[in-house]
Design a protein around this ligand. Sequence first.
Ligand code: ADP
Ligand code: MG
Length: 700
Amino acid sequence: MNPTFLQKPIDYLKGVGPNRADLLRSELGIQTYQDLMHFFPNRYIDKTTYYTISQLERNSADVQIIGKITSIKMVEGKGRRLVATFKDDGGKMDLVWFRGHKWIRESLKLNTPYVIFGKLNYYNGTFSMPHPEIELLKEHEQNIRSAMQPVYPSTEKLAGRGITNKVVNSIMQSLFKEANNHLYESLSKPILSELKLMSKRDALLNIHFPQSQEHLARAQYRLKFEEFFYIQLQLAFKNINHRSKIKGYPFEKVGSLFTTFYNNHLPFELTNAQKRVVKEIRYDLGTNAQMNRLLQGDVGSGKTIVALLSMIIALDNNYQACLMAPTAILAVQHYTGLVDLCKDLNITIALLQGSTKTSERKKIHEQLENGELNILVGTHALLEDKVKFKNLGLAVIDEQHRFGVKQRSKLWHKNEFPPHVLVMTATPIPRTLAMTVYGDLDVSIIDELPPGRKTIKTVHRYDANRLKVFRFIKDEIELGRQVYIVYPLIQESEAMDYKDLMDGYESISREFPKPQYQISIVHGKMKPDDKDIEMNRFIKGETQIMVATTVIEVGVNVPNASVMIIESAERFGLSQLHQLRGRVGRGAEQSYCILMTSHKLSSDSKVRLETMTRTNDGFEIAEVDLKLRGPGDITGTQQSGVLNLKIADIIKDNDILKIARSYAWSVVKDDPKFQKEENQIIRFMYAQMMKFKNIWSYIS
Ligand code: ADP
Ligand code: MG
């Protein structure tokens, strides 16, 4: 094999001068022969048929005709143009050029068979074709033939600088003529034969020069499969490699703390989903590989108790644990919650946040280092260098999307071995995506809400119905409930959003006057301390209404709040709407979410509103979100390989993804070091890939 041939810079290719090479690099990121070969068309024009001029109809679209040019003339005046008369056995038509006259006139040969292709015009009884693609029949027959004319993605700059589709086509022609002997298979024989896949060589040829619809379809399937396969292979390899290489502390025993707590102090019976997940975690912690697990569970599904049980397992094995939350308010809530749950057990818990006093801080540092402290709860403050654990065995991270990978790995390096990591998120990553992006993380899912939870009633109301909505709020407050009113906050128009919020606050203050009603307000322009004060007034029930921007999105738990009003709901994304809705429905009372909008709604907004009123299922919502937005915008995918897919589409080609995934994982399980003869090709491809790109540098 000679893979270096395909690593040659495109500058070397016939028909690609330095200028074109620079453009291809800067506009399309094409550096090498290999890159060019994997620059795929995004659609095709059918060129299977040759028409005769007598067959043409007034509304024919793109047509291909064989004939000869019999004469050429310049037509002067306005719309100066070059016109060639083109004849075949049955008729004649005009070929027309408005530009490049001189060059075209000189290159055209009279009375020589040509194949022309292009868009047909009909005017005054004559057919004409402006700027046809034109090729000598002789060359047409020699070239690599394609039944469908590929159309490549382009950019304005490329088109403007003369790199038309035709030019790309001809570059592909020279590429494949030159590289013809360097097209190697890249999948193993067993996979090829089991799935009856087209060979790599045929697939590449047919993707650029399809022989028929059927060949094209098979070529596409093969290349999509391959693309998914190697991404999954990297994830599987990483996963399995990770297990065997990265040692963790084995938590061998489930000791007395766990049993005592489980048998005597659980405040409720765990749901089946919680039991299952605790089991998964227990099993994971018991092996001597480091756990790296994502715990997904909708808002209110009860992740905290799972976190506590996991932490207790760490304590039982004489290790410490920490729980990190994205905001101070959440950290405090977790802290008070845990202290309450553990009140009858001999467990020491401390809270560390930015505002923790120096003296308190000192004590915490000491107790952490000498091991007196069992569980540390906190914010980013946990990541400060001074915070040193005696033996951190488990780190739980709540609301994963607020923390970067860097921060996570910082926790890792606090002690000799990395602690086990449990990341909890209420933003469900659609299964479709989780499979692709998080292949290296183990995922546990709590897909069941605690019993007796009333589903939140969600309705959509237009601004015109505001008075009725206010009436409803008053009734709920009368019943002793509390209400959130949320305004959008979009970075680009912060000033406008702020105005909206303040206008809203004013009108609500008028509608709900003191002293009968007390209102909290929280927004991004406030100092953190003021924010906390306002938030706490609401948490304590001193205020009945909380007017806020989306800062309250994450985790806040006020069980007595039963109404969530979302203003300008059409401006929120689906996952945000779902998160916000999750702030209510935490108590025993029936809760409501009211989505307020104007009458002007885009079709996407309509889908979002319809989805929200139809379902409470976070996973279903995440799937709709993925379909609406594409993978690019979904949390966590930004840096991952899925975005750079060249031909496959994780949504449309999900079936292929599943098959590719199962093959990739079974190859790695069966032959983790790619030692089998049949897997040599995979080993080679894998090494190549690692050499030339690294799709998973993003993973912690
Ligand atoms: P989240 O997954 O959103 O973090 P929490 O852990 O805060 O959810 O739990 C939400 C509420 O449900 C809490 O008040 C918690 O005590 C309660 N809860 C959790 N699990 C159960 C259960 N199995 N049965 C009854 N209530 C539960
Ligand atoms: Mg939570």
